[in-house]
Design a protein around this ligand. Structure first.
Ligand code: GLU
Length: 345
């Protein structure tokens, strides 16, 4: 039950000097094949109107449910797009992956695991019960409790400095200056009682650094940054490329931080459906209630799909279906291997 149990000390992982050199990756198919796969995914799911647009943040309910955009950015900086790939929407929970990466970079592998955790709660993303059941442990950075605890750890002397750190950090992942969507921010800030309660509850357990109201405000701003599917694909490609943004060529975080972040995504990025996701799609992913699904294929690419209609867990329906299709078409499943020749056959 405890989120603090340490299975292996990071020092046991591998002999010094081998960690970043030992990688397990391949290549995307050729340009024409990637373009054709994205176009095929768009065509295949464009009529699919299952799911409901999120409305617990009133501004999200006004989004056009028909929007459907797909983008892939490879680790060399080529961006492929289909449909509404340039449409801007609020990043919401997908921000959690990148704020976690920045905090891991600043504080280190062991500190973030001890302070936040990396195990799935098995409960919805905004669960208060999960905090209680785990004696105040936020459990993982991809649910609201863990994301609030992670944002609380962002370096900075006050909330404004922390917000600057977050905005600039996420902008470095995207390769352009990201801006706040003021309308979404105002709407979420006015309907934020649940997140404020989670922050206060964590505070009561001594598991939240700083003032709960201020932490919640920085977290709400991070969720309200405006991005497109293309931006998310580039952000994902930066995690796939050992922390170097393939558009700008600049290092954002270390390769070891990318590895930590993808592990946290694999366990918890698709909320309580993360196991199903790995079983079906086989790539670490992160979804957000505005309708984005971002997946990261290490050494290959970031893949983002935006479609606002969600399933009951908060994952975009077309986002999941299109990503599943593309994971197969582009050979992204991390657990797939080609059979060796059968010596008896
Ligand atoms: N800002 C949203 C919230 O705190 C993010 C949730 C999500 O995208 O899963 O509820």
């Amino acid at each position: 039950m405890s989120g603090e149990r340490v299975i292996h000390d990071s020092g046991d992982a591998a002999p010094p000097g081998t960690v970043d050199a030992a990688v397990s990756t391949g290549h995307l198919p050729g340009t024409g094949d990637v373009e054709a796969a994205l176009a095929a995914a768009w065509e295949r799911y464009r009529e699919d109107d299952s799911g409901e647009v999120a409305d617990y943040i009133p501004a999200l309910a006004t989004e056009d449910p028909a929007l459907f955009g797909l983008a892939t950015a490879d680790v060399h900086g080529t961006v492929y797009r289909s449909g509404d790939a340039e449409h801007r929407f609020s990043i919401q929970s997908v921000s959690k992956a990148f704020v976690f990466a920045l905090v891991d970079q600043a504080l280190g592998h062991d500190t973030v695991r001890r302070s936040v955790g990396v195990n799935n709660t098995g409960l919805p993303f905004d669960s208060i019960l999960a905090v209680e059941l785990n004696r105040g442990s936020p459990m993982n950075p991809m649910v609201n409790a863990g994301a609030l605890a992670t944002t609380a750890l962002v370096p900075g002397r006050d909330a404004e400095a922390q917000w600057d750190f977050v905005r600039h950090g996420l902008s470095r992942f995207a390769g352009r200056e990201l801006e706040l969507d003021q309308r979404v921010y105002a709407s979420e800030a006015a309907a934020n009682q649940r997140n404020e309660s989670i922050a206060r509850l964590l505070g009561s357990y001594g598991r939240l650094q700083g003032d709960p109201a201020q932490v919640t405000d920085v977290y709400t701003r991070q969720c309200s940054l405006a991005v497109s599917a293309c931006d998310l694909a580039v952000m994902g490609a930066t995690l796939a490329a050992g922390g170097v943004n393939p558009l700008t060529g600049r290092r954002v975080v270390d390769a070891a931080v990318c590895r930590d972040t993808l592990a946290a995504l694999a366990s918890s990025g698709m909320y309580e459906r993360s196991g199903d996701w790995l079983y079906e799609v086989g790539v670490p992913g992160k979804s957000g209630v505005s309708g984005a699904v971002l997946t990261v294929a290490p050494g290959k690419a970031g893949l983002a799909v935006f479609s606002p209609r969600l399933d009951p867990t908060g994952n975009s329906v077309r986002g999941q279906r299109a990503t599943h299709f593309l994971s197969g078409a582009l050979g992204l499943n991390l657990f797939a291997s080609a059979p060796h020749a059968d010596k008896e056959g």
